[in-house]
Design a protein around this ligand. Structure first.
Ligand code: ADP
Length: 329
């Protein structure tokens, strides 16, 4: 059973066109270690892990059968990342934005901005957001459409949307009708046991917000803040019980979403597994780089570099000293 799954996990990675350039050996060893860890680690939601493997197998079979996401002449990179809470989506998104110069569109940020600006939309959603509820789908889709319309022909990561199957379908409809369907869906798969261990090791000094971690950033004296000597505590939502609850609702909402992508966008779906963002980052670059290149991204990055240098020069004064030219800031 284990061997079959390992084989299939490897096959998924290698079948996908963006993985062709990567080393099969590395893929193999990564998949073996990942699955070994998954099998040995206790998970609060074990069923989901089996379901996820099933979905990836299905995606591989669909790719083999020739199923493809809708085609598009627009080669820009259009990416969503799906990740359980605490899996490092924020860290990895900001690395991607920096490295590849992508637009980052976060529905949470847009909503907060609208609320702060006191717009009609802001007023309509203020209470829902404050209570941690979900804003109605129709409003969300309008908001996302408006944001994406500002980035036609450009590459982007959409964060916070879609969260449910219904939102996923609505997004597909909007993007496909505009001829720019999603072309990358990345699932970040950090084992539950790893996230739980991280939460257990995390302590906070509530008055200042200083965060400690027993494993890599411990306080000088156990249980007390370095600067004030006051006791450290757990954030109210940083307990295994609350995390397990959040995980369950995450799985309920996203499992059907991932299943839809495995069925309809199998060639765009990747599941990357690792214990830390540093482990996942190289895998993510391997997936993103070919699409970014196809989108003309290196040229864009080079242009930006040249523009930045030109900006730097504009801020300096040229001084000629003998046969040398100096730039003074
Ligand atoms: P979090 O990840 O903590 O939920 P976000 O910044 O992504 O934070 O979102 C903040 C709030 O905005 C959510 O609690 C929710 O009320 C609303 N929101 C964001 N995205 C969506 C969405 N896709 N559907 C419905 N509501 C959303």
């Amino acid at each position: 059973m284990l061997r079959r799954s390992v084989f299939q996990a490897v096959r998924v990675s290698r079948l996908n066109p963006a993985y062709r350039a990567s080393s099969p050996v590395r893929q193999t060893s990564a998949a073996v270690s990942v699955l070994a860890r998954t099998y040995s680690s206790p998970s609060p939601v074990r069923d989901y892990e089996a379901q996820l493997r099933g979905m990836l197998d299905q995606a591989a079979r669909n790719v083999e059968a020739g199923v493809r996401a809708p085609e598009s002449d627009d080669k820009s990179l259009r990416l969503i990342m799906v990740a359980k809470p605490g899996a490092g989506k924020g860290t990895l998104s900001s690395r991607l934005v920096k490295k590849y110069n992508l637009n980052f569109i976060s529905t949470g940020d847009v909503l907060r901005h609208e609320i702060q600006a006191g717009s009609e939309l802001g007023k309509a959603v203020e209470k829902i957001v404050a209570g941690g509820g979900l804003v109605p789908d129709a409003l969300m889709v309008e908001l996302v459409r408006k944001e994406l319309d500002r980035h036609v022909g450009e590459s982007w990561i959409l964060d916070g949307f879609p969260r449910t199957l219904k939102q996923g379908r609505m997004l597909n409809d909007v993007l496909t009708s505009e001829g720019r369907p999603l072309n990358l869906v990345v699932n970040l798969n950090v084992p539950d046991s790893i996230i739980l261990a991280r939460i257990k090791a995390r302590w906070v000094h509530l008055p200042s917000g200083r965060v400690y971690n027993d494993d890599f950033n411990p306080p000088k004296n156990p249980g007390v803040d370095d600067e004030t000597g006051e006791p450290l505590s757990k954030r109210p939502d940083d307990t295994p019980e609350v995390f397990t609850k959040r995980l369950r609702s995450y799985y309920e909402a996203t499992a059907p979403l991932l299943e839809m992508y495995a069925t309809e966008y199998p060639d765009c779906l990747y599941s990357l597994t690792g214990n830390t963002s540093d482990e996942i980052w190289p895998q993510l670059m391997e997936v993103v780089a070919p699409l970014h290149e196809r989108a003309g991204g290196y040229a864009a990055e080079a242009d930006k570099h040249v523009r930045d240098e030109a900006d730097d020069l504009r801020d300096t004064t040229e001084v000629n000293v003998g046969d040398k030219t100096a730039h003074i800031q």
